[in-house]
Design a protein around this ligand. Structure first.
Ligand SMILES: Cc1cc2nc3c(=O)[nH]c(=O)nc-3n(C[C@H](O)[C@H](O)[C@H](O)COP(=O)(O)O)c2cc1C
Length: 224
């Protein structure tokens, strides 16, 4: 699969088969993602991957925490989503709930759908991604470059994924199971596995704005 095809095919998968990805395949993805660009080539991504029993124990404790307390992230989530971002955010949630057949006013069903986050949507492999606390926005940029590289490589290998900030909302629990050093901020997680193509949640397709909303090609000449 070429890069353009991977970009078009990649999507967030929110229901996985109960089938692990061979370790060699996963390692191959992360090995090649080491080529991701970063500021002065500092390569600041620190990634901790758990499968099997360790993954299951983390998920169990995360789910219990999500039922009993609010998020306690290392890095604060955005406090507001002004326009046009708020509209995009709502549309993304609506697309998912519609795909799942969850009604807007069905509180319990929405809550159940939300809680699936903390089960990593049943992904058999969970990666947690952290960054040295001393790096600001530019370090986070490097992590974004790495994340995109990983997700596209996974797609090209037929491995489904979902980046998930929700996997990072209880850093104390993450530190217990993933051995994350204190000098790192936990940023987000990624679930990996094989897509359950029969699952309603995976029928969700998000849209994008037309190019002109994000990218401006300026005229060669400055106006007088
Ligand atoms: C850093 C990051 C964190 C995300 N966190 C979550 C999450 O916690 N739960 C979730 O369902 N999706 C999460 N997503 C997936 C986005 O919702 C998704 O990428 C977006 O809606 C676009 O859809 P697509 O990935 O299918 O193209 C996250 C994506 C990124 C890049």
């Amino acid at each position: 699969m070429d890069t353009a095809e991977s970009v078009l095919q990649r999507k967030s998968v929110r229901a996985f088969l109960d089938k692990p990805v061979p370790e060699q395949t996963l390692r191959g993805i992360f090995e090649r993602a080491q080529r991701a660009p970063s500021w002065c080539n500092i390569q600041p991504w620190r990634v901790f991957i758990a499968s099997g029993k360790r993954r299951n124990q983390y998920i169990a404790e995360l789910t219990a925490a999500a039922m009993s307390r609010g998020p306690e992230t290392d890095v604060p989530f955005p406090a507001e989503y002004p326009e046009p971002y708020g509209t995009h955010r709502r549309a993304c949630g609506k697309a998912l709930y519609e795909a799942m057949g969850v009604e807007r006013n069905d509180g319990p069903a929405r809550q159940a759908a939300w809680m699936r986050n903390f089960a990593a949507f049943d992904a058999p492999h969970v990666a947690l991604v952290a960054l040295d606390k001393r790096f600001g926005p530019y370090g986070t940029l490097d992590i974004g470059c790495w994340l995109s590289t990983v997700l596209l490589l996974a797609t090209s290998e037929g491995v489904a994924s979902c980046a998930q900030a929700s996997l990072a909302v209880y850093p104390d629990i993450a530190r217990k199971y993933f051995d994350i050093p204190a000098e790192l901020n936990l940023l987000f997680g990624i679930g990996f596995g094989y897509e359950d193509t029969a699952a309603a949640a995976n029928r969700c397709h998000t849209t994008r704005d037309p190019l002109k909303q994000n990218v401006r090609f300026l005229p060669d000449e400055l106006a007088d």
